[in-house]
Design a binder for this molecule. Sequence first.
Ligand SMILES: [Zn+2]
Length: 142
Amino acid sequence: MHGACPFCEIAAGRIPASIVWQDSQVLAFLDLRQAVPGHVLVIPRRHAETLCDLDEHAAAHAMRVAHRVALAIRRCWSPAGLNLWQSNYAAGGQEVPHFHLHIQPREHGDGLLRIYPAGAPAPSPRQALEALADELRSALAE
Ligand SMILES: [Zn+2]
């Protein structure tokens, strides 16, 4: 356990997250700080800095879950495409030193996936995130 690592705190249940998938090895959740709605992070429960710090089995499992999440995103929102990449903690200048896969639905020209109707009360960012998480959880349960 790395006490200062927020993703280890999420894995331990001490920081709430909009979790859409979890098993004994990995978690997948929607991250409130991401600019694109429906952006999912897949993390191993065990702390590791990069893909290369995971053993072959753990790396393969994280990729398998990423594939499942990608299929669920397609079923839910039918985006034009999907971006998939790994975090690059030190090289990327990131604050979170815990390996994660980014899975980001994308539209042509990186447009937003969801636009709320004009005049309708905008949901809070957390409510909007939870609504998306509900849709994805249902798709992942199929
Ligand atoms: Zn960690």
